[in-house]
Design a protein around this ligand. Structure first.
Ligand code: ZN
Length: 625
């Protein structure tokens, strides 16, 4: 059931004012023992060339030598970024301002001599969105962006460091901000006025888990089932607003809440979304998000709201489901995260695969997407998974994802999610529809939790004990082993037909061959040699510039996205409208969609007449309860 209307008691929009008032209430923390905490200061008004100066008053150090680190990696990224390489002008000073000797241990670690005299550290940080060289570019939702007078994406691991054995000390974070700026974060400041915010954080783990977005505020707060949700947006051309996103994200969170059985696992949550205008920035070339315990940070290009929404919805559901795993169900490798020398768990199928699958299955069960759309999502994952190894065991890939298998990581979102689908179908079939992946996750959350990690080597046996002996074979064959997923056999459990290759009839955009004009960045019809019947019928000519689709201007950037969005929404009988420029003149081409012969790779479709057992599994799998 979906309820995102304003009448529903679970969905209310509060004015920003209430939030601001809440934030001004001083939360009293227990007093730090003098000197046993870090005090960091940054001033956003003094940014220059994407650089910020950082000052640290360190905790008292009693050893002769100490090592100061910035993280090499942060949880949730599965990639070594080495954040220390963005630091320069590193200075360690005693109480009189004399420099202490410093030597670099590696690119993210500084050894300080006479450390017992250390009274202050200063350094300069270049943001990661505008690096001096683009080697090992940091994925934007993980990195930092210091844009003078505009916005500051402060993923804390790119700014602040820690000393060995002192990661559990408290941190004071003092931020001076431009007039009118608002700091969005899941943290609550202990004090805040027009130009400064002060935060107190329990440990480095919590600091690294608490990103911030500072900008002129466009924020909306909604309440979903008792959880206060802050939506904070930076969209310089105002193409996306927090108010618009709030209604969609509330619907997603409602679906997640229903799927989870009525309550969300957090009291408060912050979505921080940065929308980059087209054509002014290259960056990593990717868009997406990173999860945290009470927030998530997003980076997208600034499309208009409707086009962006399908991606944002599925990403937001994905990031939110991370609250369950790895944030609350995880192995020791994740629990005692080593920022300097990270060790990988072998269970990425769980952390990322099940998370991605949960985002999809929750949306179809609660009616955010249709069953047909859900099958399209699965099919899309099958198609993309073929770009990766299908015989490399997921546990092996996971364990060595930082080194040997960097290029296989992305498959966690594709094959990883399909592992989730197959496991769900198997569980529902074995239990006559009474137990699925969601129940398995609930059982694991009850058994473990944030402060009780599992042992990496024991997880498969634990799940088997909670479920069925057959599930151990499933893991042995398809997650630890090198057998390809038995998609045909498992989808058949729910009366879903699968074929690696199938000639079928469907509507089509026309299978045009197109090119991109490098100068204008427009999409040009190259030829009609491979166009299907509908593509021939539309009346395109070689050299036509695809100018508009349903009135929306088309560029190389949004062409694929628009076509995909159109094909997700139309049915046979609807009229396709494409405006082309032919020798500079606009010509409107229109044609009713009709079904043509298409060769479908990884065909998936519902059997019209499933047997009783298949029908039962299908409803248990896809229907809301
Ligand atoms: Zn994820």
């Amino acid at each position: 059931m979906i309820s995102a209307s304003k009448e529903n008691k679970n969905f209310r929009i509060f004015p920003l004012l209430i939030l601001l008032n809440l934030l001004l209430i001083n939360i009293s923390f227990s007093q730090n023992e003098r000197g046993n905490y870090y005090s960091y200061s940054i001033d956003l008004t003094t940014v220059y060339d994407y650089k910020l100066d950082v000052t640290l008053i360190p905790p008292v150090i009693t050893t002769d030598e100490t090592i100061f680190h910035l993280p090499k990696m942060v949880p949730g990224t599965y990639h070594v970024y080495d954040f220390g390489r963005f630091l320069s002008n590193f200075r360690a000073l005693d109480a009189d301002g004399n420099e202490l000797a410093v030597s670099m241990v590696d690119s993210s670690s500084w050894k300080i001599s006479n450390a017992s005299k250390l009274a202050k550290i200063t350094y300069t940080v270049n943001d990661t969105w505008h690096p001096e060289d683009s080697y090992n570019f940091v994925f934007e939702p993980v990195g930092t962006n210091f844009e003078k007078d505009k916005s500051f994406v402060l993923n804390t691991p790119g700014l602040y460091g820690y000393f060995d054995d002192m990661k559990s000390y408290k941190f004071d974070i003092n931020i001076t901000k431009p007039q009118g700026f608002y700091g969005s974060t899941a943290l609550i400041p202990v004090s805040s006025d027009e130009t400064t915010d002060k935060y107190e954080v329990e440990s480095y783990y919590m600091l690294a888990d608490s990103p911030m977005l500072y900008t002129n505020p466009d924020t909306t707060i909604v309440e979903v089932g008792g959880t206060d949700v802050l939506i904070s947006v930076y969209s310089p051309n105002k193409k996306v607003t927090s108010k618009f996103l709030a209604s969609h994200l509330s619907e997603i969170l409602e679906a997640v809440r229903e799927y989870l059985g009525g309550t969300l696992p957090v009291n408060k949550y912050a979505f921080m979304l940065y929308f980059m205008p087209f054509g002014i920035y290259n960056g990593s070339g990717n868009a997406g998000a990173l999860e945290h315990s009470n927030s998530s940070m997003y980076f997208y290009y600034e499309l208009d709201s409707t086009q962006a929404m399908s991606y944002i919805e599925s990403n937001a559901a994905h990031e939110f489901f991370h609250i369950i795993t790895p944030l609350n169900i995880h192995s020791e490798e994740v629990a005692y995260f080593d920022f300097d020398n990270p060790k990988m768990s072998k269970h990425l199928w769980l952390y990322e695969g099940i998370t991605e699958y949960s985002a999809d299955i929750a949306r179809v069960r609660e009616g955010v997407i249709t069953r047909k759309e859900f099958l399209k999502v699965l099919r899309n994952k099958m198609n993309i998974a073929e770009n990766f190894s299908d015989t490399l065991p997921f546990t092996v890939m996971s364990k060595d994802v930082l080194t040997k298998y960097v290029d296989e990581y992305q498959n966690v979102y594709y094959k990883g999610a399909l592992i989730g689908a197959c496991l769900d179908l198997k569980l529902r079939s074995l239990s006559n529809g009474k137990y699925g992946v969601r129940d398995m996750m609930n059982d694991l959350a009850a058994k473990y939790g944030k402060d009780k990690p599992f042992k990496d080597d024991e997880l498969f046996d634990v799940i088997t004990e909670l479920t069925y002996p057959e599930i151990r074979t499933f893991f042995a064959d398809y997650v630890e082993g090198n057998k390809p997923l038995p998609l045909k056999e498992y989808l058949a459990l729910a009366g879903v037909e699968y074929a690696k290759q199938k000639r079928t009839k469907d509507i089509s955009f026309g299978t045009l061959s197109v090119n991109v004009d490098d100068v204008t960045n427009r999409v040009v019809v190259e030829n009609l040699d491979n166009a299907d019947e509908f593509g021939q019928d539309m009346g395109y000519e070689e050299g036509d510039v695809i100018n508009k689709i349903y009135g929306t201007k088309v560029t190389a950037h949004n062409f694929g996205l628009i076509v995909q969005a159109v094909m997700n929404q139309v049915k046979a009988g609807d009229i396709l409208q494409v405006e082309v420029l032919r020798e500079g003149k606009p010509i409107l081409l229109m044609k009713e969609f009709y079904k043509v012969d298409v060769d479908k790779h990884n065909y998936v479709g519902f059997k019209k007449k499933p047997d009783a057992q298949q029908q039962m599994v299908r409803e248990s799998w896809l229907a809301s309860d």
